[in-house]
Design a protein around this ligand. Structure first.
Ligand code: TMP
Length: 260
């Protein structure tokens, strides 16, 4: 299908060579995995929805001054991004206990945390992304202290902003995962937000009902996964309301409400 050179293939995305050096094309697949590839599936329309949701969130974040790799969306499944050197550290920010913190520390899911908690994980599938501390990050040279400071402060700003943005559309931002990269421009190096922010990488609960609107629907066999992602996009005003029937064959044809 594509004659472009494939640079990298992850579980939910592919990176292709871009139109000029320093640029890449990020393609969003419908594939989903959980528990590090133990559970696999295809969620029709997920790639289209995540492309739109991530475009929307990265655009809003860059408007408040968060540096990102995002340039623009190219089509239903692809966006143009700046090539960065990915830092092999996943930054997780938590507001409410759920998932692994609930298990590890025996805190019931849905418990408000005393304050937002930031955790680091080593991005390494073979090792199943183990949790690490700043000590590991600096000792093994994955990032230096000033890069960690940047990642931490940007992540907390993103948390404040996104918590408010989602609250405004009746969604509680429980937790999310971020990735960062190094971007060189001339002699300068900056840390920029990379990868994606979507219901694949966040926990999003309806404020009223606690209904899960994220990848936990896939991880926990709750069903109606694409419907939930679509609801997030609709609430954010990215796509128009259409009837749910259409969703089952929503391969590509999502109605777009204006340009964002
Ligand atoms: P966790 O509770 O499983 O540690 O996940 C915390 C948040 O990070 C949750 O919103 C899902 C997201 N996440 C990813 O995006 N990728 C991953 O590989 C993992 C483990 C979590």
């Amino acid at each position: 299908m594509s004659r472009r050179r494939r640079i990298y293939e992850g579980k939910a995305k592919v990176l292709y060579e871009g139109p000029e050096p320093g640029l890449l094309v990020q393609y969003f697949k419908d594939d989903a995995t959980a528990f590090n590839n133990e559970k696999k599936g295809v969620i029709d329309g997920k790639g289209v929805l995540n492309n739109r949701i991530s475009e929307y969130l990265f655009t809003r974040l860059s408007e408040i001054g968060v540096p990102t790799h995002f340039i623009r969306r190219l089509n239903m499944r692809e966006q143009l991004i700046r090539e960065v050197e990915i830092i092999p550290v996943e930054v997780v920010v938590r507001n409410v206990a759920a998932g692994s913190i609930s298990k590890r520390l025996d805190i019931p899911e849905g418990t408000n945390l005393p304050r937002s908690i930031v955790e680091y994980y080593f991005k390494n599938d073979e090792l199943n992304d183990p949790m690490i501390s700043e000590e590991h990050i600096t000792a093994f040279g994955w990032a230096n202290p000033s890069e960690i400071d940047d990642m931490l402060s940007i992540s907390l700003r993103i948390n404040d902003f996104l918590s408010g943005l989602f609250f405004g559309v009746g969604i509680r931002l429980i937790d999310f995962k971020l990735e960062y990269g190094r971007l060189w421009q001339e002699e300068e190096m900056r840390i920029v937000l990379a990868d994606e922010i979507s219901p694949d990488s966040c926990r999003l609960w309806d404020i009223e009902s606690d209904k899960k609107l994220d990848k936990d629907r896939f991880r926990r066999y709750l069903g109606n996964i694409a419907e939930a992602y679509r609801e997030v996009a609709q609430r954010l005003g990215i796509i128009q309301e259409t009837n749910i029937e259409e969703l089952s064959n929503t391969k590509a044809d999502l109605t777009v409400r204006g340009k964002s």
